[in-house]
Every structure is written in structure tokens, then in C-alpha cells.
Design a protein around this ligand. Structure first.
Ligand code: AMP
Length: 533
């Protein structure tokens, strides 16, 4: 028998309309490339979102169409990430750090009908533009003074929206409609699309806004130093809007980040550990100016205990360490202390915070052995972490071979090796997947190995992740070469890889060996390589 409650559709439109009606005066700040701060409020955001929804509809974009962005974090990018799903279409933020060849494949698979390009990224975009066939391109952000490669198909953003009406009634007919598309490396090389639904994003937003997760309130000023292509900025812009918090948008590499924190009174900031390690010295120097900052949300790779201590003890900023995946919208676990931990020493508390944490309500986790036997939560036994939740993908976009990634009983195989203790705290100990994490970005060792093996001087190749103070991990290549040469083989191979991959993927070091260690079944033995190194 069914209950009698309303079948209220869980869509992004509810989030946007709530932000506008209840928190219309709340501000959105953007750090512009020239160092100035642009500010407007949710009412203006709402008006421009509706104009943009009308404008893209006039251009012929329909529900189910994919609309890409190639942009950094700005108010225009936020408007696009709201307006496209509001109009029933799919927002697809492209990872501006990928190589043009990788991006071209993604644009083709997603079948992007329209691309919004931030002028700050126009140089990289021009390399991609030559390789794709996209009908409409809209450029925005007039302050950089750069010249873009204009074609007769390109449109100017402000003109595009100013001609559109600001009355728009969203007509999302089903909460299970697709609303956003983000690509990830998954557990192996080829980029895979994760197609979020309105329902999954709505539920993720409610889940992360709980007190023991992001814990955002109406009094917060939230700065996500997370690009939108990383699972919609870890869902932080939508979560901030639903909570009624102010939003501060900036490019993490901007030289004025600390000025921005001081000027806008940021209370909660989010980003990968590499960013917080880089900003620490300046934040320490300007401690008196950043007293508003109360919490960091950190994830994407392990947060080192020393860095947690530096923020918590010296700067009095609480660190909340999270684990997640693009496939999980992305939030899975969060490391907050329990009441029972109150009397522990500071060092013991830091050790708990450095773990990846407990599943947030709504997420289920389990550890399994290689033969899919469930393992105990004893803090010692290592197994593959498997997860499920209403905001976890059940398959990849246009990808039919899913047995490698999803179990028959409906769990996602994360490719992360972990322990879970009796209190439910999960700790990542290794990665079963062939992915190297550098500065919060994924690098596929399989893709690099395949490319190296195509070079005529290479007989065998393996790429491993070695730990790095600044980036967390960096790729290192081990190669067996066909014959000794006087030329610098590292340089030759670097140039060879640079034709296919972005700069940050290129291994820092190439080690020439006589033979690459193999396991009993003939697979490359990466643990033996790391020991050998
Ligand atoms: P992505 O889909 O790009 O967000 O990458 C997800 C992967 O990043 C996870 O499967 C982990 O391997 C890694 N990861 C994310 N957060 C953490 C964390 N806090 N500690 C260690 N690894 C992490």
C-alpha cells in the first residue's frame, strides 16, 4: 500500500527557487583575473539564470541536450551551471587541464551542442576548437583583454542573455532526468562520463548540508576552490545556495586568494590538500586578517596529519577531511570526531581526522576480498571498498561493459583499498586501480604505458606513482629500451608523451632498467617496482 504524501519532484529548480525567494539578498563574489571582486546577489543571479535559460532554448537546446563549459570559477560559470539544468538540458563542465586530444573525444561522446568559453581559458580552447565540431560557442568574461579565435558561430555572452526575457518557468518533468555530466578516469584509463540526475543532485545537496558533513549555514561565506568539472565543484555551489550561504568564486592559483578571504569574510573553504599546503605560509603570515575562516573541507587525496595540525593549531581552522569520487557526486565519507573522542590527546585526534572518515548518512560502504567475500571492520583487514547511495552512479554514460566497475548486486567497485575500524572510520591504504593522483587530478598509468610502448625505442614500460611533498604523487616511468643510445632518452620520451597528454601527466623521471618485474601471472608488479626504486 502506498502512503499519502506528495510526490514532490526533487529537482535543481527547487534549489534555485528556494535560494532566490528565501535568500535573495545573499551575495555571490567573483575574483576577476585583474584582481577586482565582482559582486551581485541571488536575486540578480536568478534573473540572469532565467534569461540564460530562455536564450539557450531560443538557440534550439532541448531537454537531454548536452551543453559544455570550458571555464574557471566565475559568476557566469555559476549562472550556466544553474540555467542549463533549469532548462532541462545537461550541463557538462570540461576539464580545462586535459590535453586537446583527450577533450575532443569527450566532447564527441557527450555530443555537446553548445560550449560556453571563459576568455581566461581561450588559449587552451583554441587548440580544442580545431578538433571539434560544435555548432555554437558563447564567450564570456570581458576583463582579460585577450583575443579569442572568433568564428562566425561565436556569440558574446552578455549580448546573448540581454536579448532574452527574464520570465522562465522550468519544466523538468521527472526528477530522474539527467542534469549534469562530469568525466572521470574511473578505475582505468579511458575517461568515463557520470551522468547525474536532478534527484541524485538534490539528495546529495541535502546530505552534504548536514551538520556533520559540510555543515553550511545561512551565516556562512563559502569559497569552493574546486573547479566545476570536479563533480560540480564537489556540489558546493548548489549546497551553498540551498543553505542560503554566500558564495565566493575564484581560481585557486590566483595571487589574491588571501586578500579575497579577508575582504569577503570567507568562513568555509574547500579544496585539495595541495592548495592548502601552498597557501599555508601566506595564511600564517596574515593570520590576523583571516579570522573569519573557521573550516576547511579537504579531499581528493589524503590530507597529511602535519597539514591538519598546522591549520587546526596555528590558524584555529577546523579541518574536515573527506573521501569521495566523481561517481558519488562526489561525497562518500567524512572524518569528523565523535563525542567519544573528546578526551583523546591532540595527536590521537589528528590521526582520526587524517583517516578518510565514516560514511555520511545515505551512503553504505563495505570491504570485500578479491573473491568478493565481505571482510570484517577491524581496522586491520584490507579489502576493496565498495559503495552505494542514491547519489552514486549505477553505470557509466554510454558505457555498457560495467562488470569491472559495478557488482551484480548493485555496488560500485571504487578501486580503492581500505580498512574500516569498528567505529566505521575508513582509511585508504592503497589503490587497486591504475590511477595516480597528483594535486587532486587523476593520471592514468595505463594510458601512459600504452603510449610509451608505441615509441620505437621502448620494449617494455611501466608507470608508477611515487609520493611527492607538493603534489601528493607524481608519475615515474620505468622503461626497457631497444638499444643503448647517446641521446637523452628521457627527453625523447617526454616529447613523445607531450603530443597526447597534458604537461602534468608527463613523468618527472624515466628510469631505464634491463627488465620490468612481473607477477606470477605475467602482470607488471608495481609493488616490486616501487621496492626496486
Ligand atoms: P575523482 O573521481 O577524480 O574525484 O577521484 C576519486 C578518487 O580520488 C578516489 O577513488 C580515491 O582514489 C581518491 N581520493 C579522493 N579523496 C581522497 C582522500 N581523502 N584520500 C585519499 N584518496 C582520495
Amino acid at each position: 500500500m502506498f502512503g499519502v504524501m506528495m510526490n514532490y519532484p526533487l529537482t535543481l529548480a527547487q534549489i534555485l527557487e528556494h535560494a532566490h525567494r528565501i535568500h535573495g539578498d545573499k551575495q555571490v563574489h567573483t575574483l576577476l583575473p585583474n584582481g577586482k571582486v565582482h559582486t551581485y546577489n541571488y536575486d540578480t543571479l536568478d534573473r540572469r539564470v532565467k534569461q540564460l535559460a530562455n536564450a539557450i532554448t531560443t538557440l534550439g537546446i532541448r531537454s537531454g541536450d548536452s551543453v559544455a563549459t570550458f571555464a574557471s570559477n566565475t559568476y557566469q560559470h555559476l549562472e550556466i551551471c544553474c540555467a542549463v539544468p533549469y532548462a532541462g538540458a545537461i550541463i557538462h563542465p570540461l576539464n580545462v587541464r586535459l590535453a586537446p586530444t583527450q577533450l575532443a573525444k569527450i566532447v564527441e561522446e557527450a555530443n555537446d551542442k553548445l560550449i560556453f568559453v571563459d576568455r581566461a581559458c581561450v588559449e587552451q580552447f583554441s587548440k580544442l576548437q580545431q578538433k571539434i565540431d560544435c555548432k555554437h560557442i558563447v564567450f564570456f568574461n570581458i576583463d582579460t583583454g585577450q583575443n579569442e579565435n572568433r568564428t562566425n558561430l561565436s556569440i558574446e555572452y552578455e549580448q546573448f542573455i540581454s536579448e532574452a526575457d527574464n520570465n522562465y518557468i522550468s519544466d523538468i518533468q521527472d526528477e530522474n532526468w539527467a542534469m549534469a555530466l562530469c568525466y572521470t578516469s574511473g578505475t582505468s584509463g579511458e575517461p568515463k562520463g557520470v551522468l547525474y540526475t536532478h534527484r541524485s543532485m538534490f539528495l546529495h545537496t541535502l546530505a552534504v548540508n548536514q551538520a556533520d558533513v559540510f555543515g553550511l549555514t545561512e551565516s556562512d561565506v563559502v569559497m569552493p576552490l574546486v573547479p566545476m568539472y570536479h563533480a560540480m565543484g564537489w556540489g558546493l555551489p548548489y549546497a551553498s545556495m540551498f543553505a542560503g550561504a554566500e558564495i565566493v568564486l575564484a581560481n585557486a592559483n590566483h595571487t589574491h586568494i588571501v586578500d579575497l578571504i579577508a575582504e569577503t569574510g570567507v568562513t568555509v573553504a574547500a579544496g585539495v590538500p595541495t592548495i592548502w599546503a601552498r597557501l599555508l605560509p601566506e595564511l600564517q603570515k596574515r593570520k590576523q586578517e583571516i579570522t573569519s575562516l573557521r573550516r576547511l573541507i579537504v579531499g581528493g587525496e589524503p590530507m597529511p596529519p602535519t597539514l591538519i595540525e598546522a591549520y587546526e593549531k596555528e590558524l584555529r581552522v577546523e579541518v574536515r577531511h573527506a573521501w569521495g569520487m566523481t561517481e558519488m557526486s562526489p561525497t562518500g565519507t567524512f572524518s569528523t570526531l565523535r563525542k567519544a573522542h573528546q578526551n583523546l590527546s591532540d595527536a590521537e585526534k589528528t590521526d582520526i581526522k587524517a583517516m578518510q572518515g565514516r560514511p555520511i548518512p545515505g551512503v553504505q560502504v563495505r570491504l570485500v576480498s578479491e573473491n568478493d567475500v565481505e571482510l570484517p571492520w577491524d581496522g586491520k583487514t584490507i579489502g576493496e571498498l565498495q559503495v552505494r547511495s542514491p547519489w552514486t552512479a549505477r553505470t557509466y554514460y554510454k558505457n555498457t561493459s560495467t562488470a569491472e566497475h559495478f557488482t551484480t548486486d548493485g555496488w560500485l567497485r571504487t578501486g580503492d583499498l581500505a580498512t574500516i575500524n569498528a567505529e566505521g572510520y575508513m582509511q585508504i591504504v592503497d589503490r587497486a586501480k591504475a590511477i595516480i593522483r597528483s594535486g587532486g587530478e587523476s593520471i592514468s598509468s595505463v594510458a601512459l604505458e600504452t603510449a610509451l610502448l608505441k615509441h620505437p625505442s621502448v620494449n617494455d614500460a611501466a608507470v608508477v606513482g611515487v609520493s611527492d611533498k607538493k603534489w601528493g604523487e607524481r608519475p615515474l616511468a620505468v622503461v626497457v629500451i631497444t638499444s643503448q643510445t647517446d641521446e637523452d632518452i628521457s627527453e625523447i620520451l617526454k616529447q613523445h608523451l607531450a603530443t597526447e597528454f597534458p604537461k602534468f601527466w608527463i613523468p618527472d623521471k624515466f628510469v631505464v632498467v634491463d627488465e620490468i618485474p612481473k607477477t606470477g601471472v605475467g602482470k607488471t608488479d608495481k609493488h616490486a617496482i616501487l621496492q626496486m626504486l
